[in-house]
Design a protein around this ligand. Structure first.
Ligand code: AMP
Length: 202
Protein backbone atom coordinates (compact mmCIF):
# COMPACT_ATOMS: atom_id res chain seq x y z
CA UNK A 1 0.00 0.00 0.00
CA UNK A 2 1.22 3.53 -0.80
CA UNK A 3 -0.32 6.49 0.98
CA UNK A 4 0.32 10.20 0.51
CA UNK A 5 -0.28 12.68 3.33
CA UNK A 6 -1.03 16.05 1.79
CA UNK A 7 -1.73 19.27 3.64
CA UNK A 8 -0.29 22.68 4.51
CA UNK A 9 2.65 22.96 6.89
CA UNK A 10 1.47 22.42 10.45
CA UNK A 11 -1.62 20.40 9.49
CA UNK A 12 -0.37 17.41 11.47
CA UNK A 13 1.18 15.28 8.71
CA UNK A 14 4.20 14.30 10.79
CA UNK A 15 2.11 13.43 13.84
CA UNK A 16 -0.34 11.32 11.84
CA UNK A 17 2.53 9.70 9.93
CA UNK A 18 4.04 8.52 13.21
CA UNK A 19 0.70 7.03 14.33
CA UNK A 20 0.20 5.36 10.93
CA UNK A 21 3.73 3.98 11.12
CA UNK A 22 3.00 2.49 14.55
CA UNK A 23 -0.23 0.88 13.32
CA UNK A 24 0.71 -0.32 9.85
CA UNK A 25 4.52 -0.26 9.79
CA UNK A 26 4.67 1.54 6.43
CA UNK A 27 8.03 3.02 5.42
CA UNK A 28 7.79 6.68 6.43
CA UNK A 29 9.24 8.94 3.75
CA UNK A 30 9.54 12.63 4.64
CA UNK A 31 12.12 14.57 2.59
CA UNK A 32 11.92 17.42 5.13
CA UNK A 33 12.74 15.06 8.00
CA UNK A 34 15.55 13.43 6.01
CA UNK A 35 16.98 16.91 5.39
CA UNK A 36 16.78 17.93 9.04
CA UNK A 37 18.46 14.70 10.10
CA UNK A 38 21.37 15.57 7.82
CA UNK A 39 23.68 12.65 7.24
CA UNK A 40 24.58 12.26 3.58
CA UNK A 41 25.35 14.88 0.92
CA UNK A 42 21.79 14.80 -0.51
CA UNK A 43 20.29 15.61 2.89
CA UNK A 44 22.80 18.41 3.45
CA UNK A 45 21.89 19.93 0.08
CA UNK A 46 18.19 19.75 1.01
CA UNK A 47 18.90 21.74 4.13
CA UNK A 48 20.21 24.72 2.14
CA UNK A 49 16.76 25.12 0.52
CA UNK A 50 14.86 24.39 3.71
CA UNK A 51 16.63 27.23 5.48
CA UNK A 52 15.19 29.63 2.89
CA UNK A 53 11.69 28.12 3.09
CA UNK A 54 11.96 27.14 -0.59
CA UNK A 55 11.14 23.84 -2.22
CA UNK A 56 14.25 21.84 -2.95
CA UNK A 57 14.78 20.88 -6.62
CA UNK A 58 12.71 17.86 -7.56
CA UNK A 59 15.73 15.95 -8.91
CA UNK A 60 17.34 16.15 -5.51
CA UNK A 61 14.17 15.21 -3.61
CA UNK A 62 13.50 12.29 -5.98
CA UNK A 63 16.98 10.88 -5.37
CA UNK A 64 16.42 11.09 -1.62
CA UNK A 65 13.00 9.42 -1.93
CA UNK A 66 14.23 6.66 -4.22
CA UNK A 67 17.05 5.83 -1.80
CA UNK A 68 14.51 5.30 0.97
CA UNK A 69 11.57 3.63 -0.85
CA UNK A 70 10.17 0.50 0.77
CA UNK A 71 7.55 -1.98 -0.41
CA UNK A 72 4.72 -0.12 1.35
CA UNK A 73 5.23 3.59 1.81
CA UNK A 74 3.78 6.55 3.60
CA UNK A 75 4.74 9.80 1.88
CA UNK A 76 4.71 12.79 4.21
CA UNK A 77 5.43 16.15 2.59
CA UNK A 78 6.00 14.45 -0.76
CA UNK A 79 5.08 15.00 -3.56
CA UNK A 80 4.90 18.77 -3.27
CA UNK A 81 4.70 19.68 -6.94
CA UNK A 82 3.25 18.28 -10.16
CA UNK A 83 6.59 17.08 -11.53
CA UNK A 84 7.24 15.17 -8.30
CA UNK A 85 3.77 13.57 -8.47
CA UNK A 86 4.36 12.49 -12.09
CA UNK A 87 7.77 11.11 -11.21
CA UNK A 88 6.34 9.21 -8.24
CA UNK A 89 3.74 7.63 -10.52
CA UNK A 90 6.62 6.15 -12.53
CA UNK A 91 7.86 4.35 -9.42
CA UNK A 92 4.90 3.25 -7.31
CA UNK A 93 1.11 2.81 -7.47
CA UNK A 94 -0.64 5.27 -5.16
CA UNK A 95 -3.59 3.82 -3.24
CA UNK A 96 -4.74 6.78 -1.18
CA UNK A 97 -4.14 10.53 -0.85
CA UNK A 98 -5.11 11.83 2.58
CA UNK A 99 -5.65 15.56 2.64
CA UNK A 100 -5.35 17.22 6.05
CA UNK A 101 -7.33 20.42 5.64
CA UNK A 102 -6.45 23.46 7.73
CA UNK A 103 -7.15 27.18 7.23
CA UNK A 104 -4.29 29.68 6.73
CA UNK A 105 -4.91 31.55 10.04
CA UNK A 106 -4.84 28.22 11.90
CA UNK A 107 -1.60 27.21 10.13
CA UNK A 108 0.04 30.49 11.14
CA UNK A 109 -1.21 30.15 14.72
CA UNK A 110 0.05 26.58 15.02
CA UNK A 111 3.45 27.08 13.45
CA UNK A 112 4.15 30.28 15.38
CA UNK A 113 3.98 28.37 18.64
CA UNK A 114 5.16 24.94 17.49
CA UNK A 115 8.00 23.29 19.39
CA UNK A 116 9.76 20.13 18.32
CA UNK A 117 11.82 17.60 20.26
CA UNK A 118 15.47 17.73 19.23
CA UNK A 119 15.82 13.99 19.77
CA UNK A 120 12.65 12.17 18.67
CA UNK A 121 11.04 15.01 16.61
CA UNK A 122 7.71 14.82 18.49
CA UNK A 123 5.72 18.01 17.94
CA UNK A 124 4.03 20.22 20.58
CA UNK A 125 1.70 23.21 20.41
CA UNK A 126 -1.14 24.98 22.24
CA UNK A 127 -3.44 21.97 21.84
CA UNK A 128 -0.74 19.51 22.89
CA UNK A 129 1.44 20.99 25.61
CA UNK A 130 4.28 19.00 27.20
CA UNK A 131 3.80 18.03 30.85
CA UNK A 132 7.01 19.87 31.74
CA UNK A 133 7.76 23.07 29.79
CA UNK A 134 10.59 22.64 27.28
CA UNK A 135 10.90 18.88 27.83
CA UNK A 136 9.59 16.10 25.56
CA UNK A 137 7.00 13.82 27.25
CA UNK A 138 8.15 10.87 25.18
CA UNK A 139 11.94 10.88 25.46
CA UNK A 140 12.93 13.75 27.78
CA UNK A 141 14.63 15.57 24.89
CA UNK A 142 14.87 19.36 24.68
CA UNK A 143 12.01 21.14 22.85
CA UNK A 144 13.09 23.77 20.33
CA UNK A 145 11.54 25.93 17.60
CA UNK A 146 12.11 24.66 14.05
CA UNK A 147 14.43 27.00 12.14
CA UNK A 148 11.86 27.47 9.36
CA UNK A 149 9.02 28.35 11.76
CA UNK A 150 9.73 32.11 11.56
CA UNK A 151 6.90 34.50 10.48
CA UNK A 152 8.58 35.20 7.12
CA UNK A 153 9.25 31.56 6.26
CA UNK A 154 5.82 30.43 7.47
CA UNK A 155 4.22 32.90 5.03
CA UNK A 156 6.51 31.75 2.22
CA UNK A 157 5.88 28.04 2.84
CA UNK A 158 2.13 28.59 2.96
CA UNK A 159 2.24 30.47 -0.35
CA UNK A 160 4.26 27.65 -1.92
CA UNK A 161 1.70 25.16 -0.60
CA UNK A 162 -1.18 26.98 -2.30
CA UNK A 163 0.72 27.56 -5.55
CA UNK A 164 2.49 24.25 -6.04
CA UNK A 165 1.14 21.54 -3.75
CA UNK A 166 -2.59 22.15 -3.42
CA UNK A 167 -3.16 21.68 -7.20
CA UNK A 168 -2.06 18.07 -6.72
CA UNK A 169 -5.48 17.36 -5.24
CA UNK A 170 -6.92 17.91 -8.73
CA UNK A 171 -4.19 15.69 -10.19
CA UNK A 172 -5.27 12.76 -7.98
CA UNK A 173 -9.02 13.40 -7.83
CA UNK A 174 -9.93 11.85 -11.22
CA UNK A 175 -8.47 8.57 -9.93
CA UNK A 176 -10.74 8.82 -6.90
CA UNK A 177 -7.76 8.72 -4.54
CA UNK A 178 -8.40 11.82 -2.42
CA UNK A 179 -9.91 11.59 1.06
CA UNK A 180 -10.17 14.84 3.00
CA UNK A 181 -9.93 14.99 6.79
CA UNK A 182 -10.58 18.06 8.93
CA UNK A 183 -7.16 18.87 10.39
CA UNK A 184 -8.79 21.08 13.03
CA UNK A 185 -10.01 18.05 14.94
CA UNK A 186 -7.97 16.46 17.72
CA UNK A 187 -5.04 14.18 16.85
CA UNK A 188 -7.11 11.21 18.01
CA UNK A 189 -10.17 12.14 15.94
CA UNK A 190 -8.09 12.79 12.82
CA UNK A 191 -6.32 9.45 13.22
CA UNK A 192 -9.62 7.60 13.67
CA UNK A 193 -10.89 9.05 10.41
CA UNK A 194 -7.65 8.25 8.61
CA UNK A 195 -7.77 4.64 9.78
CA UNK A 196 -11.34 4.39 8.49
CA UNK A 197 -10.17 5.62 5.07
CA UNK A 198 -7.17 3.27 5.01
CA UNK A 199 -9.25 0.22 5.99
CA UNK A 200 -11.81 1.05 3.32
CA UNK A 201 -9.04 0.89 0.69
CA UNK A 202 -7.31 -2.25 1.95
P1 AMP B 1 8.48 19.58 6.03
O1 AMP B 1 9.32 18.96 7.06
O2 AMP B 1 7.70 18.58 5.24
O3 AMP B 1 7.64 20.70 6.57
O4 AMP B 1 9.48 20.25 4.96
C1 AMP B 1 10.37 21.27 5.35
C2 AMP B 1 11.05 21.86 4.14
O5 AMP B 1 11.78 20.85 3.42
C3 AMP B 1 10.14 22.47 3.08
O6 AMP B 1 9.75 23.80 3.41
C4 AMP B 1 11.06 22.43 1.85
O7 AMP B 1 12.04 23.42 1.91
C5 AMP B 1 11.75 21.08 2.02
N1 AMP B 1 10.97 19.97 1.40
C6 AMP B 1 10.31 18.98 2.07
N2 AMP B 1 9.69 18.16 1.22
C7 AMP B 1 9.94 18.64 -0.03
C8 AMP B 1 9.56 18.24 -1.34
N3 AMP B 1 8.77 17.18 -1.56
N4 AMP B 1 10.02 18.97 -2.39
C9 AMP B 1 10.81 20.03 -2.21
N5 AMP B 1 11.20 20.48 -1.00
C10 AMP B 1 10.78 19.79 0.09
Amino acid sequence: MNIILLGPPGSGKGTQAELLYQKYGLTHISPGELGRRGGDELAKKMLTYMRKGELAPSMLVMKLVQKNLGEHNLFDGFPRSLDQAEELDQNVVIDLVLELGLSDPEVIKRLSSRLECMKCKASYGPAHKPKKAGVCDLCGGELVKRKDDTPELIRKRLETYHDETEPLLEYYRPRNLVYTVNGNNTVKEVFKEIVRAVEARS
